[in-house]
Design a protein around this ligand. Structure first.
Ligand code: CP3
Length: 354
């Protein structure tokens, strides 16, 4: 016994309960990118700092993570970081340009470049992430979500060299160099596994994998070129016994396949009505979503009915986590998100004891 106090007691575990399809007193709610530029205090904190540099400072990470929680009673915190943090730690040159996104000046265009990559070893390469998680657990009374980008989404940035509408180079590489592609997926999957395991061991109580751009693929290519690495990741994490969330954008036609990857919670964007998405993945997994984040730029009178439509489609089932269908957009009025949290909590209050 070292006499140090343990982490503060979690005061609400409705987020973790919903992830496990257990009954809850109210539907839990959090927002992807709940820390970000829509918050004046975030803009003030970041100023002209480089975001990847910011992610390497545990004190700044803790502050950015906590900022949205001071504004509204969210049911989960998400570690402030970026999907490119582990990529940079693998020795790949990467910048995140405001208004543009990640930029990789020397993109991967050959099999040789793939074979030269060495996987991330999280404890050695990104110790500051685990340090931030340990600090956060001392502050938080709600669950902390750790996260990683998924191999396909990371590979798309590495091969395209930046954001891409059609992911042509990625798809072309995948089809012309299938062996090198599989090697790249294996290296990235191993890195993601190491990264997420370390986050859970440091205290993250749920893990979300962002495969933001997987929706660019047809179901055959997703099955052949992406699903095996996603399975490997979720199988490797199963023993940790923390809820696993698998999210992508534009993945309506991939939802059943994503479910087969093995996470217990599937994040869905706004393009598929929530009840239809839930039918596609099956009611024995939890779903997270799915209000269109662009709606939140409009006056509250427009936001409210759209949020109520999501709740109506969730139909009071256990296993719904309210969220947006993608990240909070800069320019979103803070008040809209505050009112959303209240609306979800008030309208879903269960009268039966949970
Ligand atoms: O959700 C949270 O509050 C945690 C923080 C978080 C960030 N990035 C911080 C960030 C998370 C979960 C991410 C993940 C991320 N990063 C994804 C997956 C989720 C998604 O949006 O699909 C992707 C694709 C990235 C890559 C990336 N980083 C993009 C596309 C951008 C936006 C570029 C821009 O300026 O529009 C970034 C920068 C970034 N990461 C910001 C934040 C808050 C923007 C604000 C800033 O520059 O300070």
């Amino acid at each position: 016994m070292d006499g140090s106090p343990g982490p503060p007691q979690v005061t609400t575990d409705r987020f973790l309960r919903a992830c496990r399809l257990e009954p809850v007193d109210r539907t839990p709610v959090w927002f992807m990118r709940q820390a970000g530029r829509y918050l004046p205090e975030y803009r003030q904190l970041r100023r002209d700092r480089d975001i990847l540099e910011m992610c390497r400072h545990p004190d700044l990470v803790v502050e950015a993570t906590l900022q949205p929680l001071r504004r509204m009673p969210l049911d989960a915190a998400i570690l402030f970081s970026d999907i490119m943090v582990p990529v940079a730690a693998m020795g790949i040159e990467v910048r995140v340009v405001p208004g543009v996104g990640p930029v990789v000046p020397n993109p991967i265009r050959s099999a040789e470049q793939v074979y030269r990559l060495s996987p991330l070893s999280a404890e050695a390469d990104v110790p500051f992430v685990m340090e931030a998680i340990e600090l956060l657990r001392k502050e938080l009374t709600i669950p902390l979500i750790g996260f990683s980008g998924a191999p396909f989404t990371l590979a798309s940035y590495l091969i395209e060299g930046g954001a891409s509408r059609n992911h042509e180079r990625t798809k072309s590489f995948m089809h012309s160099e299938p062996e090198a592609w599989n090697d790249l997926m294996a290296t990235l999957a191993g890195s993601v596994l190491s990264y997420l395991r370390a986050q859970a061991q440091a205290g993250a109580e749920a893990l979300q994998v962002f495969d933001s751009w997987a929706g660019a693929l047809d179901p055959d290519d997703y099955t052949l070129f992406v699903l095996p690495s996603m399975r490997q990741i979720f199988e490797g994490l199963a023993e940790l016994d923390v809820p696993l969330i698998h999210f992508g954008v534009g993945t309506g036609e991939l939802l059943a396949l994503m479910r087969d990857a093995g996470a217990g919670v599937i994040g869905v964007d706004w393009r598929v009505p929530l009840h239809e998405a839930w039918e596609r993945v099956g009611f024995d997994v939890a779903v997270q979503g799915n209000l269109d984040p662009a709606v939140c730029l409009a006056p509250w009178e427009a936001v409210e009915p759209k949020a109520l439509a999501v709740l109506r489609r969730a139909a009071g089932r256990t296993g719904h986590i309210f969220n947006l269908g993608h990240g909070v957009l800069p320019g979103t009025p803070v008040e809209n998100l505050q009112r959303l949290v209240e609306l979800v909590h008030v309208r879903t209050e269960r009268t039966e004891p949970a």
